[in-house]
Design a protein around this ligand. Structure first.
Ligand SMILES: Nc1ncnc2c1ncn2[C@@H]1O[C@H](COP(=O)(O)OP(=O)(O)OP(=O)(O)O)[C@@H](O)[C@H]1O
Length: 646
């Protein structure tokens, strides 16, 4: 049947070298599947069909047995009625073409006519019912696969997200894999519908006269071949143009985007962007016209061959009629059957093509789920109810694909009631160590003990419940101000701990929130109606309020005041002081804030190089004192200048 059309390289050869000034785009992650399909011939696809159908039906069956059985069963029943309808039609025609007065012939045809009408009506009803079951099935499947995916992605260990391969597979599974699961089942049902239609017609025709079947196949084949060729050419062409279309979308996005609007105006980038966009549009239009021409030619050839084949069918039928091999009624039914066979064949071919493509993407989803499930931490089972001390014993962590450990054999103790500080230059490993203490990462070496028990043996949910992290790379959650704070402990129902408003006051966020148009109920995302934007510092106050609202035994504050003004910073640090029931791990580059910490740990290239309180470290000399004096000198120089001028 249709030969394989080999894909052109993704970047369009029509694109004149050097005309675009923008750098080359990398292939999108789903491209490998699209290319794979373009390289696969129709028959290779057809050979994999049984396995694909099994996969789709088991997915549908697991989702809803009733709707799966109805979708398939009703379609098969409709097929039986198709056969019956065609046979009844032959009976009608047989009576009508018989000799005798017209009223007599009509009367004789009435039983068969009633049967044919009942078959058509019954078939219509069954098809509608099957369509309804299919329409019910698809959203349920989409929901099932989505739920499975998000239940898994939200449970895998944090370290998995540092693995580039994992993140890419997750994107692939989310982007196409999810969507294609519903289509996989839809196409399977369509394929079954098409095949049942073809079988029903073939059966009827064979019963009427076995010689009619080969005639029918020859007459229907050219249209099927044309359909396959056109579908595949469209796919390959789409593949070849995808890079340019992405570039066009990207440019369009730059020119119609709130976030880029200011810079584009400030740097007068409009003409540059528009000229690039026009270039892409010109090339794209040319490519579309080329495709339209090629498709028209294929279609014209296909229709011509179909016409010749239909003519051939008439000729064969005529010969059979003249020779008395086939009755007139049977020949007329064969022509009706041809129409029905063509429609069913087209349905089956399109379904086969897209079923294969859907299956490739769905496979991505399946592979990802398998891989992700292996990365859900098992954890221990020992209960956790607070702690007196957490001992970090020669703990190391090496990120995937990196040469050196981000945290290298670090030992320290965090005691309840104390504030400890981690300081050091950028990239020295402070955040990584804090995440290890918080249980967000598992050490690749060494052990962390909670009151002497290895943290790996503790119930991870209960451990996490003891920890609050004010992270330096927080996310702007698209919730109201109140929800943004409440998610810190969303399941607290009037239990112990500060109220939302108290936490906001402690983090110097209350006044700012009260001034918002709807106060605590203001939505903090401009994508929503009445949504508002906050500044970086205002968001950070909210993040701090969330951390305080969580009211955890271990509070980890990673640069909690980096974006805060002096007043807000002062207010926040009043609430990060010692508390008998709580341990605070503070990370900050503003060393004035760590002066009162019980112990300060100084990190350098992943190692712990100094520890002690401020006075001890200043007396000791070394990295801490160097960093502290550099900062202090900045302040002193600033205050000394006006004095010098006066
Ligand atoms: N997710 C990650 N994957 C790979 N490497 C990472 C990752 N996160 C951090 N690193 C690397 O680990 C090292 C320690 O990073 P970390 O964020 O712990 O430093 P830090 O002391 O907190 O730095 P800063 O003061 O800039 O916040 C750095 O070299 C960094 O590039």
């Amino acid at each position: 049947m249709a030969g394989v059309i080999h894909p052109r390289p993704p970047s369009d050869p029509e694109e004149p070298a050097g005309e675009t000034t923008l750098p080359e785009l990398v292939d999108p992650h789903w491209m490998h599947r699209a290319t794979e399909l373009a390289h696969t011939g129709f028959w290779s696809v057809a050979r994999r069909l049984p396995a694909l159908i099994r996969e789709a039906i088991s997915l549908a069956w697991a989702t809803s047995r009733r709707d799966t059985a109805a979708s398939l069963g009703l379609n098969v029943a409709a097929g039986v009625l198709t056969t019956l309808g065609l046979l009844a039609t032959t009976g009608v025609l047989h009576q009508l073409f018989a000799a005798g007065p017209t009223p007599d012939r009509i009367r004789a045809a009435l039983p068969a006519l009633t049967l044919a009408a009942a078959a058509v009506a019954g078939r219509g009803a069954l098809t509608i019912a099957a369509g309804w079951a299919q329409a019910r099935l698809v959203p349920q499947i989409n929901f099932t696969v989505e739920r499975r995916l998000f239940e898994t992605t939200s449970a895998v260990e944090l370290a998995a997200f540092d693995d580039a391969g994992f993140a890419e597979e997750m994107d692939r599974a989310r982007d196409r894999g999810l969507v294609e699961a519903g289509s996989l089942v839809n196409d399977t049902v369509n394929l079954v519908t098409g095949v049942v239609g073809v079988i029903a017609t073939a059966t009827a025709v064979t019963i009427i006269h076995p010689l009619l079947l080969p005639c029918l196949v020859v007459a229907a084949a050219p249209e099927a071949v044309t359909a396959v060729r056109m579908a595949r050419r469209q796919h390959v062409d789409w593949l070849a143009r995808i890079t340019r279309r992405r570039r066009k979308w990207m440019l369009g996005d730059l020119m119609a985007n709130r976030h880029t609007a200011a810079e584009i105006r400030a740097y007068q980038m409009r003409d540059f962007l528009l000229s690039e966009y026009h270039l892409m549009t010109r090339l794209e239009t040319r490519a579309e016209l080329r495709l339209a021409r090629a498709q028209t030619i294929t279609r014209a050839i296909g229709l011509s061959v179909t016409g010749v084949a239909t003519f051939g069918l008439y000729a064969v039928l005529g010969t059979l009629l003249v020779g008395g091999v086939v009755a007139l009624a049977a020949a007329a039914t064969a022509l009706l059957a041809l129409q029905s066979a063509r429609t069913s064949l087209r349905t089956a071919i399109f379904a086969t093509n897209s079923l294969y493509e859907d299956a490739l993407y769905y496979q991505d989803y399946r592979d990802f789920l398998d891989r992700a499930t292996r990365r859900i931490p098992a954890g221990g089972h020992l209960p956790v109810d607070g702690f007196t001390r957490i001992d970090v014993e020669r703990v190391s962590l090496r990120y995937p694909d990196t040469d050196s450990a981000a945290v290298d054999e670090v030992s320290l103790t965090v005691r309840r009631g104390e504030v400890i500080a981690l300081v050091g230059e950028n990239g020295s490993g402070k955040t990584t160590l804090a995440k290890l203490i918080a249980g967000l990462y598992r050490p690749t070496g060494g052990t962390i003990r909670w009151d002497g028990v290895d943290a790996a043996e503790l119930d991870p949910r209960q451990t996490a419940a003891q920890v609050a992290v004010m992270s330096q790379d927080w996310w702007r959650f698209p919730f109201t101000a109140r929800q943004n704070i409440r998610v810190g402990r969303h399941d607290r129902a009037g239990g112990p701990g500060p109220s939302v408003e108290t936490a906001a006051r402690d983090a110097a966020a209350h006044d700012m929130i009260s001034e918002l148009p709807f106060g605590y109920d203001t939505l903090l995302d401009r994508q929503f109606k009445d949504g508002q934007d906050l500044s970086g510092g205002q968001w950070q106050r909210l993040v701090a309020a969330r951390g305080l609202y969580r009211d955890a035994r271990l509070l980890i504050c990673d640069e909690p005041s980096a974006a805060l003004d002096a007043r807000a910073e002062h207010a926040l640090f009043q609430h990060l002081r010692r508390h008998p029931d709580r341990a605070v791990v503070l990370i900050t580059h503003r060393l004035a804030n760590v002066r009162h910490a019980d112990r300060i740990f100084v990190m350098d290239h992943g190692r712990l190089v100094q520890s002690g309180d401020h006075d001890t470290l200043m007396a000791q000399g070394g990295l801490y004192r160097e960093l502290f004096e550099l900062q202090a000198a900045g302040y002193l120089a600033g205050s000394a200048e006006p004095a010098a001028e006066s």
